[in-house]
Design a binder for this molecule. Structure first.
Ligand SMILES: [Zn+2]
Length: 324
């Protein structure tokens, strides 16, 4: 009889010997070190011919029981508990990159250096998604608050060096005029100081454009004024493949509370009553039209439908797609 070792390669014999190890011997595997990093911070969807990439700038943990207004801290704590959350809620900071086929448009820029290492990951996420920050043609801002516009600039340098920054005139007038420091409420003065720094390289290069009222701001993307959270807060809408997506900025902060109770506001609202009306109108409209909502602070990627549930609403995350 031919010896087995003459017809089988030695590696095969080694593998066979390992498989034959008696079951009563202890496992020989070393403990695998835990990795503890998240998946790359992007998620892609298609709307007809338009490619939308959700980008994570990071997460920031905020005390919703003390930040939410027109409600009570104990009530908020109870509602959050029903969603398996404590009062300190890790909150996503999302931006969106829209490739229309002709333009590469970034909607909001994340927090830059404002939140230390919790935010400021926008450029990494752009690169992970297969683009470069210098590829971005246009930045559309929903509003000028640090976690949406401070990512324009890091260490005084433009993060999106070839982009034109487009923002509502009312918003630019409110936050880019140093004279307004004495007119805004005390806890909003820092917004002006941060905005002046974030916009500086773009203003020096003559690359800031403002617009007034509703209308198309870049081909295929329409601005809809939604003042309240800030004076010039704006949502953006695009349509493709028979579907509509609306980028809602800070119309919604805390879905686990505000979907069921849209009247709940947040301290960051400049005009809380107007912000509440914007949210109620958005929910009713999004539910009736079946549009996809892209929300800056809803858990990443922040893409979903709003469904009416009696007098309340629920958030239905977009179905996962591998795009294959
Ligand atoms: Zn805001």
């Amino acid at each position: 009889m031919t010896k087995l070792s003459t017809i089988l390669p030695p590696l095969f014999l080694t593998a066979t010997a390992l498989l034959a190890t008696p079951a009563w011997l202890p496992a020989a595997h070393a403990a695998a070190p835990q990795v503890r990093t998240q998946a790359p911070g992007f998620y892609r969807v298609l709307l007809g011919d338009v490619e939308i990439t959700a980008l994570s700038d990071g997460t920031v943990t905020i005390p919703l029981d003390t930040l939410l207004t027109n409600t009570g801290a104990a009530h908020v704590k109870g509602v959050l508990a029903t969603h398996h959350l404590g009062t300190q809620v890790e909150t996503s900071i999302n931006a969106y990159l829209v490739n229309t086929g002709k333009r590469l448009v970034l909607i909001d820029t994340g927090a830059g250096a404002s939140f230390g290492t919790h935010g400021g990951h926008l450029a990494d996420s752009i690169r992970a998604a297969g683009y470069r920050p210098e590829d971005v043609d246009t930045v559309l801002l929903t509003h000028i608050h640090g976690d949406h516009s401070n990512g324009l600039t890091i260490d005084g340098k433009a993060v999106l060096p070839n982009a034109e920054v487009v923002v509502a005139k009312r918003e630019a007038d409110a936050w880019l005029d140093p004279a307004n420091r004495t007119k805004v409420r005390p806890d909003s003065v820092h917004v002006i100081d941060e905005a002046l720094a974030a916009f500086a390289p773009y203003r020096q290069a003559g690359r800031v454009r403002t617009f007034d009222g509703p209308g198309e701001v870049v081909p295929g993307i329409r601005a809809v004024p939604a003042p309240g959270h800030t004076p010039g807060h704006t949502v953006y809408e695009l349509t493709g493949g028979g579907q509509t997506m609306r980028f809602v900025g800070d119309t919604l902060h805390a879905k686990d509370v505000q979907m069921a109770e849209p009247q709940v506001t947040i301290r960051f609202d400049e005009d809380a009553n107007a912000a509440r009306r914007q949210r109620e109108a958005l929910f009713a409209d999004a539910a009736a039209r079946g549009i996809i909502v892209a929300a800056a602070h809803t858990p990443f990627p922040g893409l979903g439908y709003i469904e009416r549930n009696g007098s309340a609403y629920t958030w239905a995350p977009l179905n996962y797609s591998s795009l294959r």
